[in-house]
Write a protein that binds this ligand. Structure first.
Ligand code: PDD
Length: 282
């Protein structure tokens, strides 16, 4: 396995950064998770746009231009000889002193890891996931804007811990007003009477690239799509619930807090959307 590290291609064992890196000390940095399907980077422009927007928002200078980053991604994949896999692109503030001041970290660390992806088994897509809602609340814009895909994933990790304790694979996070925000690492959608709903990102959700693809597919297929805040009640009584994300693609939910959703398996619209999504990446 070959890792890109600040302009060099090194082995996994040699891919090391300083303990003074502010990504490590303070979670000061940003990242992207990107899929490779059949040797192609899926939605690479969208991912790089989001990365560079996140960087601008937190005043982090990425030492590569966006088109150079694109070339480096391609080269890293080529060296790893992977046709299907997952890319983790990380840009941290870089090494500094023990203070917070980013001016003391003049050189960002840029890391690209390309790996085989372990995904849900195919039957999980048919049966759907069991999930629970958790007490951990999502950051909303008055704290850290959820549009920034930052290295501050503690509330997502706390959600994951709560999911683990409940023995489920993914959980639902609310914002501080009680509106449904997203999963620990996926966006959420519900379907009611043929209409597809997803929370607007200001509720406290990442502007997911899979989410955007599904919104577009809904338009093409003629499904009404509404970006509207909704509560757990709406989730409990939905006909269908599903998550979207780079790793998960489109995965149905069959149970939320012990309420069976619809028929207790992937519903027709979820199945249709997954099928159309997979056509995009074939
Ligand atoms: N997840 N919400 C959060 C908090 C996420 O971390 C992610 C991405 C998503 C889905 O976004 P997208 O469709 O752009 O992947 C939503 C991880 C890192 C992943 O799925 O790779």
């Amino acid at each position: 396995q070959i890792i890109y590290l600040n302009g060099q291609y090194v082995s996994k064992e040699d891919a090391k950064i300083s303990v003074y890196d502010h990504g490590f000390l303070y979670g000061d940095g940003i990242f992207e998770g990107i899929r490779i399907y059949n040797g192609n980077i899926f939605k690479s422009k969208e991912h790089l746009d989001r990365l560079y927007d996140s960087a601008k928002s937190i005043m982090l200078d990425i030492p590569l231009k966006q088109d150079e980053m694109q070339q480096v991604l391609i080269e890293t994949i080529r060296r790893n000889e992977l046709r299907d896999g997952y890319i983790r692109l990380v840009v941290s503030r870089g090494p500094g002193d023990l203070g917070l001041d980013p001016r003391r970290s003049p050189k960002a660390n840029v890391i690209i890891i390309v790996e085989q992806l372990s995904i849900y088994p195919e039957e999980a897509y048919l049966r759907g996931l069991k999930t629970v809602s958790v007490s951990t609340r999502r950051n909303v814009p008055d704290a850290l804007n959820p549009k920034i895909k930052s290295l501050n994933y503690l509330n997502n990790i706390l959600v994951k811990i709560q999911a683990n304790l409940a023995g489920v694979g993914e959980a639902i996070m609310l914002n501080s007003q009680g509106y449904v925000a997203e999963g620990s690492s996926d966006n959420i959608f519900i379907v009611k009477r043929g209409v597809v709903y997803t929370p607007p990102c200001y509720v406290g959700a990442l502007e997911g690239i899979t989410r955007a693809a599904i919104i577009e597919i809904c338009g093409e297929l003629g499904y009404t799509l509404k970006e509207e805040p909704f509560t757990l009640h709406d989730v409990y009584v939905a006909d269908e619930v599903f998550f979207t994300g780079t790793a998960a693609e489109v995965i149905a939910v069959r149970e939320v807090d012990a309420r069976i959703i619809g028929e207790g398996k992937a519903g027709p619209i979820t199945t249709h959307l997954l099928k159309e999504f997979r056509k995009l990446v074939e």
